[in-house]
Design a protein around this ligand. Structure first.
Ligand code: ADP
Length: 563
């Protein structure tokens, strides 16, 4: 039954109960009042008339109005005959009264009249008693019927009171339980109600909704799983090594290449704390170290050497770091190409060195008077051939040096060396250039310097490069200071010039290969000198630096520990 019908039925029932009780009450009260009315009208009045007639009879001889009074009451009694036998008694009384009127002195009539009146009185008194008992019975019946109906209705009302709240509250409780389950993502929850009403419709609608949510959730889950396996496949097939860490540095995943490089299985280390894994794995230790990402890693795996660049990417969610991805970028192909280029440069520069040297010697020989005199133009040409050959020789030797540095083929002859010797040899090499620009080379070498363990030739090469650059970027007739002094437990070599200086933003790249400060159009060079200098100094355990301010000049220096 529908809830609306149930509620309407209950209210109609209550209404009918009220109506039934009202009707029954009115009916019984009416009946009792009618009974009382009848007693009053039918019998009580007859008693009054009888009493009046008796008192009129007593006074009939003494009072003149007694006859009239008697006859009035008799007439009323004649009009109020209601009981069986009352009519006979009244007719007898009328007959006797008429006889008394005809023969007023006959005393026998008085007795008969009195007899008839008493009979009427008795009949009415008995009727009163009888009717009273009927009224009592009616009241009794009404009491019983009303009590029975009251009991039945009380039982029905009690059933209503007991059941009706449950009809409403039980489904509401089930529905709210279901809604809570859905809120907790328990989409398998269904509600089954036994009643066939609006609540059942609601429960069915709820079940449909839960079903749809369940379907959506599982399809979403399937989609997420599919996406996950797709991403895993992509990551696994990548030629770069990829390792994922969470914010606590526990290992989340690693791809097939990382497994190979680390020599570890994903299933063995996933979920483990990366620094713990690093305790037994050198590569993992290297990867976790915080250092410059540009550094090249040479890894031996799969029976061959490969080169990788390490890149660490922070994974962020709402500006909060929630993990890290370590990418081992495979740069082996670039490395191989670079190696081929270096080998090519090394071969070419090596092969060019001999012919360029012989061109240089030939140009020098042309100037020799023993071969023959040259006119001025021929002299100029041979000098220019000589200068160009020398520049070419310098370039090829720089290229060769760089190739050696790149292939790791620097042959160092480390020996205890006097710093003064390095400065003197350098000055010899650059004196001519300085002289050409009228530049004064001021040397300031601290007295009693300790020896240092270096390769004399390579270190001199670096100092020559510094002074040559200083001459190139200084104006004519300026000064260049060459200072050698003790600083702590090191010996520093510093070349100060007062030339054009270098813009601060280029300083971090000044020792990079092939780097030349943009804008120096008049200056031709390879951009390799400082890069080779850095390699030469650092490969001997020294340090190299630069300080410069645009317009104020530059300081290039290197330092070695004293022996
Ligand atoms: P290059 O063969 O071009 O001289 P280097 O490696 O020796 O190569 O120098 C790199 C660049 O650094 C130069 O091109 C020049 O722009 C800048 N540089 C080097 N030394 C100085 C200096 N003393 N003053 C100003 N700029 C300099």
């Amino acid at each position: 039954m529908r809830l609306k019908t149930k509620l309407s039925a209950s209210l109609i029932f209550l209404f009918l109960v009220i109506v039934l009780f009202g009707v029954l009450g009115i009916y019984y009260i009416n009946k009792l009042s009618n009974d009382a009315q009848l007693i009053l009208k039918n019998n009580h009045e007859s008693l009054v008339y009888s009493n009046n007639m008796l008192s009129a009879l007593e006074n009939i001889k003494t009072r003149k109005d007694a006859i009239q009074n008697f006859s009035d009451n008799l007439k009323k009694q004649q009009g109020n005959i209601t009981e069986i036998g009352e009519k006979d008694a009244t007719d007898e009384l009328t007959k006797n009264f008429n006889e008394l009127l005809a023969n007023p002195d006959d005393p026998s009539n008085y007795g008969e009249i009195r007899q008839s009146i008493i009979q009427i009185q008795q009949l009415n008194e008995m009727a009163i008693l009888r009717k009273n008992s009927i009224a009592n019975k009616t009241a009794e019946t009404a009491k019983v019927i009303l009590a029975i109906i009251f009991t039945i209705l009380t039982l029905v009302a009690f059933t209503f009171i007991y059941n009706l709240p449950g009809i409403i509250s039980n489904p509401i409780a089930s529905l709210s339980e279901g809604i809570t389950a859905i809120a907790n993502k328990n989409y398998a929850k269904r509600i089954y109600l036994k009643q066939n009403d609006e609540f059942n419709d609601l429960a069915n609608a709820f079940n449909v909704m839960a079903g749809k949510l369940d379907e959506y959730e599982s399809s979403n889950l399937a989609q997420i799983k599919f996406e996950k396996s797709r991403i895993e496949t992509i990551i696994n097939q990548m030629r770069d090594g990829i390792i994922g860490l969470d914010e606590k540095r526990n290992i989340l995943f690693l791809n097939a290449l990382s497994e190979k490089l680390l020599g570890l299985k994903e299933s063995d280390i996933v979920g483990k704390y990366a620094p713990d894994v690093a305790l037994k794995n050198d590569l993992m230790r290297t990867l976790l170290q915080e250092r410059d990402g540009k550094e090249e890693l040479k890894i031996f795996a799969d029976d061959k050497e490969s080169y990788f660049n390490r890149d660490v990417l922070n994974v962020k969610n709402n500006e909060k770091i929630i993990g890290q991805v370590i990418v081992l970028r495979n740069i082996t192909p670039f490395h191989e190409l670079n190696e081929a280029k270096t080998n090519f440069i090394a071969t070419v520069s090596h092969e060019l060195k001999t012919p360029i040297s012989s061109i240089k010697i030939s140009a020098q020989l042309l100037n020799d008077k023993r071969i023959g005199d040259l006119n001025n133009e021929q002299k100029e040409l041979s000098n220019s051939i000589y200068d160009d050959a020398e520049r070419l020789l310098k370039i090829t030797s720089e290229l060769l040096n760089m190739a050696q540095v790149e292939t790791g083929n620097i042959q160092l002859k480390i020996q205890a060396t006097n710093p003064k010797a390095i400065v003197e040899q350098s000055l010899n090499a650059v004196q001519f250039q300085a002289h050409q620009k009228n530049i004064i080379l001021k040397t300031n070498i601290q007295q009693g310097l300790d020896l240092i363990n270096v390769d004399l030739e390579k270190t001199t090469w670096v100092l020559i490069n510094f002074i040559t650059n200083a001459i190139k970027f200084s104006s004519e007739k300026s000064t260049i200071d060459i200072n050698v002094f003790v600083k702590g437990d090191s010996i520093d070599f510093v070349v100060n010039d007062y030339g054009k200086g270098i813009d601060e933003k280029y300083l971090p790249r000044i020792f990079d290969k092939y780097f030349k400060v943009p804008g120096n159009l008049e200056h031709v060079g390879t951009g390799l000198g400082l890069a080779i200098s850095k390699e030469f100094i650092e490969s001997q355990g020294g340090t190299i630096w630069v300080q410069s301010k645009i317009g104020e000049g530059s300081s290039f220096g290197f330092a070695f520990r004293k022996i």
